[in-house]
Design a protein around this ligand. Structure first.
Ligand code: F6R
Length: 591
């Protein structure tokens, strides 16, 4: 959700910034822009438009040899998707340029108090920032003008600022929105995430909130919002640009689906060989009277599986909550809670709102995340990494199964020995087997799905997988899909079943197989077209997708794979942009 990249150094800024924006495309956006500063002529050029980064690249002069540039991908929040609302924004006097990720909550008040609203060319909250800087710079040195501005802003920001009068400096500022500093052999990069810098930078620094940065090719000055200097400590950047490569796959989503067995094996190796769960950490969680899992979307769906795993294996009660609800409508808490936030990106604003509230109450929080440099990893008391590697497709796949694997290992560590290591190895094998012959799912999709609607039904753990399966299908194929508890269907929703309505049943346990099968008969009797996904140990007849069985508690890691493939092939059949579905962002940094 909005991505920013800036470069200052000895290389061509245009190519570094455009490459960075391309890498940030996965975050979701609807327009893009770039500003390049020519040192010799003190001239800047701005290019911006609605549409893709490839379109933006076609607009940028091929000759620009600027060594300083900033770029932005915008996911509209304030104001519709128009060229005027795309970033960079320029101050009325033309001196300053800004790209902004975040939301300025008090922008209307700031316009009223400081700016004449006739001057604004866009409907964005961001344009206010650049005009405030220009206003204060009339009577103050630029760093002071920026600090004065930052101190007025309420909300979140990652900002890059260019001053036309000083083409050897790039300013950056961060509060609540992600921003990393990358150190390159020839210059510096500021970007929303590592993917945008992994080809150039050798080291990175995760910038804390309320920081102003002043960058030149060789130097970085950091200060807090009072102007006091801060120290900079770089970490080695481990991400390999190859990890972000599509390889032979046509889409990132397919690549990431196929990576799942490898990810599970990597998690097993990391957690068991490197003993990543310390005794102290486990004892802290065991001391809880109750655990509260908070998450959104796919991570929330992994959380439901986590609840079952922890309650069964560790005997600790667990509640699972939607982050955006918990933040403003928390339930009555027990006296000794521990909070688990699950977030692939570690940047989800709804979770951060929860984190701030929970911290005020002084309760322990840990994050399960794919991004160890993320805000939620840094701000929680502890974090567990899921080692899934960069997830680029907006539709989350490998992060879901990786989150469940880590929750499974945690459950065993909190409870009793369950031989989870070999059970997860069996999961990876079962995934391998399904993926080796998964292309036949394409034919099933063609026979079953139409554009209109679909249902997934299941019971117990299968029901939770149905929630994830439905989310996957609807978010990339735009087919309205519901994940339903099979037994609940007859209490109202069955009214929606008519001739040829697609109903997909997931069945992975003998104890519920007969009941789910009879629910399937009920919908078939009303004209539904059915498809059954089941594990081989059940020996059911009329199964369309048979999966190698795994431990009863780990079946979601396997039964979700056909659902991911169904979503992929449905979006493919309907001709949609699989990796970048409409209206969605990978990293949801607004509440
Ligand atoms: C769906 C999807 C989203 C995310 C949700 C939370 O495929 O990816 O539903 O799961 O936006 O994101 P994270 O896990 O980054 O907090």
């Amino acid at each position: 959700m909005c991505g920013i990249v800036g470069y200052i150094g000895d290389l061509q800024a245009k190519s570094i910034v455009l490459k960075g924006l391309k890498q940030l495309e996965y975050r979701g956006y609807d327009s893009a822009g770039i500003a390049l500063m020519q040192e010799d002529t003190l001239q800047h050029t701005i290019f911006k438009d609605i549409g893709r980064v490839s379109h933006l690249a076609s607009l940028v002069d091929s000759v620009s040899d600027a060594r300083l540039g900033i770029g932005h991908t915008r996911w509209a929040t304030h104001g519709p998707v128009t060229q005027a609302n795309a970033h960079p924004h320029q101050s009325r006097n033309g001196r300053f340029l800004v790209v902004h990720n975040g939301v300025i909550e008090n922008y209307k008040q700031l316009i009223k108090d400081y700016l004449n609203d006739e001057v604004l060319k866009s409907q964005t909250d961001s344009e206010v920032i650049v005009n405030l800087i220009a206003l204060f710079a009339k009577t103050n040195p630029v760093p002071i003008a920026i600090l004065k501005t930052l101190n007025l802003l309420e909300g979140s920001y990652a900002l890059l600022i260019l001053d036309q009068d000083n083409p050897t400096v790039l300013y950056g500022a961060k509060h609540k929105s992600p921003l990393l500093l990358g150190k390159c052999p020839k210059g510096h990069i500021l970007a929303s995430d590592m993917l945008a810098m992994c080809e150039e930078a050798t080291h990175f620094y995760a910038i804390p909130d309320q920081t102003l940065l002043t960058l030149s090719e060789q130097h970085v000055d950091l200060s807090n919002l009072e102007g006091e200097s801060l120290t900079l400590t770089y970490e080695h950047l481990e991400m390999d640009a190859l990890q972000c490569d599509l390889g032979n796959h046509p889409h990132y989503m397919l690549k990431e689906i196929y990576e799942q067995p490898t990810v599970i094996r990597r998690i097993v190796e990391k957690y068991y060989e490197e003993s990543l769960l310390s005794d102290e950490f486990i004892q802290k969680i065991k001391a809880a009277e109750r655990l509260y899992i908070l998450a959104a979307g796919t991570s929330l769906n992994a959380g439901y599986i986590g609840k079952v795993l922890i309650e069964r294996l560790a005997n600790i009660p667990v509640e699972v909550h939607i982050a955006s609800e918990f933040a403003y409508h928390p339930p009555l808490l027990v006296k000794k809670p521990v909070f688990i936030m699950i977030s692939q990106s570690g940047e989800t604003a709804d979770l951060r709102a929860c984190l701030i509230n929970i911290k005020k109450l002084g309760f322990p929080i840990f994050t399960i995340t794919n991004v160890k440099t993320s805000t939620l990893a840094r701000e929680a008391d502890d974090f567990l990494e899921i080692f899934a590697g960069p997830e680029i497709a907006v539709a989350s796949t490998k992060a879901y199964t990786a989150q469940i694997a880590v929750l499974a290992i945690l459950s065993e560590a909190l409870g009793h020995h369950y031989d989870m290591r070999s059970k997860l190895a069996q999961v990876a094998q079962s995934m391998d087997y399904f993926l080796s012959q998964a292309s036949h799912v394409q034919n099933l999709v063609k026979m079953l799905l139409t554009k209109r609607n679909a249902f997934y039904i299941g019971r117990g753990l299968d029901y939770f997988v149905c929630l994830e399966a439905a989310l996957k299908l609807k978010e990339i194929s735009y087919i309205q899909t519901e994940g339903f508890a099979a037994g609940e269907l007859k209490h109202g929703t069955i009214a929606l079943i008519e001739k040829d309505t697609p109903v997909i049943a997931i069945i992975s346990s003998l104890s519920i197989a007969a009941n789910t099968e009879s629910n399937l008969q009920e919908v078939k009797a009303r004209g539904a077209k059915a498809l059954v996904i089941a594990t081989d140990d059940l020996n059911l007849s009329d199964v369309d997708i048979v999966l190698n069985h795994v431990d009863a508690l780990l079946t979601p890691m396997v039964t979700v794979l056909p659902a991911q493939m169904i979503a992929y092939y449905a979006a493919h059949m309907l001709g949609y942009d699989i990796d970048k579905p409409r209206n969605l962002a990978k990293s949801v940094t607004v509440e």
